[in-house]
Design a protein around this ligand. Structure first.
Ligand code: TRP
Length: 338
């Protein structure tokens, strides 16, 4: 039986945090370790440049950060093809052909793009490359014949647009591209881990993240100052766990489900203090981060090895992507000299 192909990527715009861990990293490493899939993971530097063109250094610096994050969590280059997007020129070439299959109105209606334009305050000064990133994402996905694409919830509209492009291409030029399917995490906390301040989402600009690279002291400080239930004043008071980030984190991270449910019940009933729960949360986070930190130390001292991994991954990725590009050009009738 041929293995299903799984592909996913990260934009290198910052170090990865616990939200990335529960939302995607953990899952991709688990999928990798089943041995049931043919895995491709990449660093989406080309995509990150679409809204950082004037500051490429930020992206370049974060390529190595994101690579070390992934390798430290458990991405194994012997099991997964790990590469950098810009190292595979076939993606750019595919993008060019797909650009002609999408109209401007449809792009502008994409809810994710709309939201991102708003967040960045672009208005009409939006870079064209940014507006069209769902199209380049179709190239990323189809180049590897990906069947399954694990992504965050916010990426669903992008993936829907990718499917439309696949459909249009296949209708226009004949069956060529593989129709992908997205996978999102099943628990609510994993789909969107709130910030330590209780705001909707961890984000660098809000300063409410716990990074995979944080040390014990930083984790302790951040958890101890976390937002909880503001009406839980005395220990005896009944507390709210719903919407309480400390409990959302425990729900998403704690392997001992019994213990989690016990704490939740006790807190809701009253008699359980925030400090006790936070201390337990620190234990849970530390248990996850300890092995990650150890591997990180190694890779930080062997960055040349990290680049070598990515370099070799790029070679394999180009091989696969050029097969797809060939198929695409054949079916479009523009393979003049074959
Ligand atoms: N847009 C994705 C994000 O911001 C990153 C990405 C780029 C991606 N190309 C992809 C994810 C292809 C999955 C498949 O997280």
């Amino acid at each position: 039986m041929t293995k299903k192909i799984v592909l996913t990527g990260d934009r290198p715009t910052g170090k990865l945090h616990l939200g990335h861990y529960v939302g995607s990293l953990k899952n991709r490493v688990e999928m990798q370790n089943t041995g049931q899939y043919d895995m491709y993971v990449f660093i989406a530097d080309t995509q990150a440049l679409t809204d950082n063109a004037k500051n490429p250094k930020k992206i370049v610096d974060n390529v190595i950060e994101v690579a070390i994050d992934n390798l430290s969590v458990g991405i194994d280059p012997n099991k997964t093809t790990y590469f950098i997007q810009s190292d595979v020129p076939q993606l750019t070439e595919l993008n060019m052909y797909y650009l002609n299959l999408v109209n401007l109105g449809r792009l502008k209606r994409n809810p994710t793009i709309k939201e991102e334009i708003k967040q960045r305050g672009f208005g009409l000064s939006i870079p064209v490359g940014f507006l069209t990133y769902p199209i380049s994402q179709a190239a990323d996905i189809t180049a590897f014949d990906a069947n399954l694409v694990p992504v965050g919830e916010d990426q669903i509209p992008i993936l829907e647009q990718v499917c439309e492009i696949v459909n249009t291409f296949n209708k226009t030029y004949g069956e060529t591209l593989v129709m992908p399917q997205y996978i999102i995490p099943d628990s609510k906390g994993a789909r969107r881990l709130p910030g330590t301040d209780g705001k909707q989402k961890m984000s660098k600009s809000a300063g409410n993240c716990i990074y995979l690279s944080d040390d014990t002291e930083t984790v302790t400080r951040k958890v101890m100052s976390m937002y909880t239930d503001p009406n839980h004043i005395k220990i005896e008071d009944p507390g709210q766990t719903e919407g309480n980030p400390v409990f959302i984190y425990l729900d998403a991270l704690c392997k001992d489900r019994e213990k989690y449910l016990e704490l939740k019940e006790h807190y809701e009933k009253g008699g359980l203090g925030d400090v006790t729960v936070k201390k337990y949360l620190i234990e849970v986070i530390e248990e996850i981060l300890k092995p990650i930190r150890e591997k990180r130390k190694y890779y930080e001292n062997h960055k040349e090895e990290v680049y070598e991994i990515l370099n070799r991954g790029g070679e394999k990725a180009r091989e696969k992507a050029s097969q797809t590009l060939n198929r695409v050009k054949n079916n479009m009738g523009i393979n003049y000299f074959k």
